[in-house]
Design a protein around this ligand. Structure first.
Ligand code: AMP
Ligand code: MG
Length: 396
């Protein structure tokens, strides 16, 4: 199988064909999971004023240790009443404005207060004072373009006073399952029929990478049904099909895509499962023909489609992101193909241990559903021993 494209080569051929989608302004409240199209710049210094990191007393370090009169009490959210003079203390809440003249806060736990006076041990200048702009300065970068917005990034944008940001448009993705044998879950199976799993599987996987999915009704292995559905799907930014890309007489997807003007970039990759995966382009539309076995579709979506979706959105690191762990059991290697082995994960003193699930065949979606990871087992002779270092992808 010297003719098979390597996994790495196939992944780079996909990314070569991606051109970033245009950007649009968006409210931060709608932006979870989106990718920033421009650096987001702080509207204010953060913190916006020197603020107290503790509930305690604002003082001049030079006045400590000592017994100081408490001349004011400062809550969060109000201006300091006046400057602090030499020999004075002001009670202050966490987040309160440290008054001019004060250079340290002594936590309340270290203070004895009586008769409106505080007994204070030695403090150093800067203790428990958060300087203005210590996190970020006004006009500086809060989150860089190409970053995907999760909880911390959105929190940072909000804290920095941004309410609208520029993000890449979400890719419109059409998903089409092919196969005469497919029935909708909930219907009754006739002879030779199976339930259609890939539509929902792919919708879920790709939506998690920012896709705006249109799930088309599954089509039978019939030329005119294929042609109409594929033609419609090609209007999207990305068309993802499942089934019908192997070498059987009813595998129609590649031929009809070709008739519809899709240039095939590659077909068949040295990967297991997922070998018959096809990739092509028509204009700016990317077309992925995934094999029909549900685990093949799942794996191919992780390896090829999700990275393409993030790249379309301008992500700096489109992935897939491999982590490092150790095998919990020996695994036979395939001589011809890199294999993505479905595994459970377990934490140990020595990091993550990956336990392959029983049932590694590509139709065994129920076995795969017990797995949290795809372990990359590079092609080669023999086996990888238990305890061997491996790379793996986390399944969402
Ligand atoms: P194919 O890639 O069309 O040759 O299909 C390979 C295997 O996957 C066959 O056993 C199909 O019945 C099965 N299959 C194809 N598409 C789906 C689907 N959407 N849901 C569940 N099984 C499928
Ligand atoms: Mg089929």
């Amino acid at each position: 199988m010297a003719d098979l494209l390597s996994l790495a080569e196939a992944q780079s051929r996909v990314l070569e064909r991606v051109a970033a989608l245009p950007s649009e302004p968006l409210s931060i409240w709608e932006a979870a999971g989106r990718v920033l199209a421009e650096d987001a710049l702080a509207t204010v210094d953060l913190p916006p004023f020197p603020s107290s990191a503790m509930d305690g007393f604002a003082v001049r370090a030079a006045d400590t240790p000592g017994r100081l009169p408490v001349v004011a009490r400062i809550a969060a959210g109000v201006p300091a009443p006046r400057s602090l003079a030499a020999g004075e203390a002001m009670e202050i809440a966490t987040g309160g404005v440290v008054p001019d003249g004060a250079d340290a806060v002594v936590p309340v736990e270290y203070v004895v207060e009586n008769d409106n006076n505080v007994e204070i041990a030695k403090a150093a200048a800067g203790d428990h004072v958060r300087p203005r702009g210590g996190d970020v300065g006004a006009g500086e970068v809060v989150v860089e373009r190409g970053a995907r917005l999760g909880a911390a990034q959105l929190g940072a944008l909000a804290a920095s006073g941004l309410d609208t940001i520029a993000v890449a448009r979400r890719p419109r993705v059409a998903i089409l399952s092919t196969g005469t044998e497919l029935r909708r879950p909930g219907e009754r199976l006739g002879p030779g029929e199976v339930y259609e799993a890939n539509g929902l599987l792919l919708t879920t996987s790709l939506a998690a990478s920012g896709a705006q999915v249109e799930l088309l009704p599954a089509v039978p292995d019939d030329e005119s049904a294929h042609r109409a559905a594929l033609e419609h799907g090609l209007e999207a930014d990305v068309l993802v099909t499942s089934g019908g890309v192997s070498v059987g007489p009813h595998d129609l997807v590649r031929r009809i895509l070709g008739e519809l003007g899709v240039e095939e970039v590659f077909w068949r990759v040295a990967v297991k499962p997922g070998k018959p995966v096809a990739f092509g382009v028509r204009g700016t539309t990317l077309v992925f023909g995934l094999p029909g076995n549900p685990v093949s579709s799942l794996v191919a979506a992780e390896l090829f489609v999700r990275p393409a979706l993030l790249a379309l959105q301008g992500a700096t690191t489109p992935g897939p992101v491999f982590r490092e762990g150790r095998l919990g059991a020996a695994v036979r290697r395939s001589t011809q193909r890199d294999e993505l082995v479905r595994a459970r994960t377990r934490a140990s003193d020595d990091g993550i241990v990956l336990e392959p699930v029983t049932g590694q065949e590509s139709h065994m979606i129920v076995r795969a559903a017990a797995a949290a990871a795809l372990v990359l087992v590079p092609r080669g002779e023999g086996e990888l021993a238990a305890g061997e270092r491996v790379r793996y992808l986390l399944l969402a």
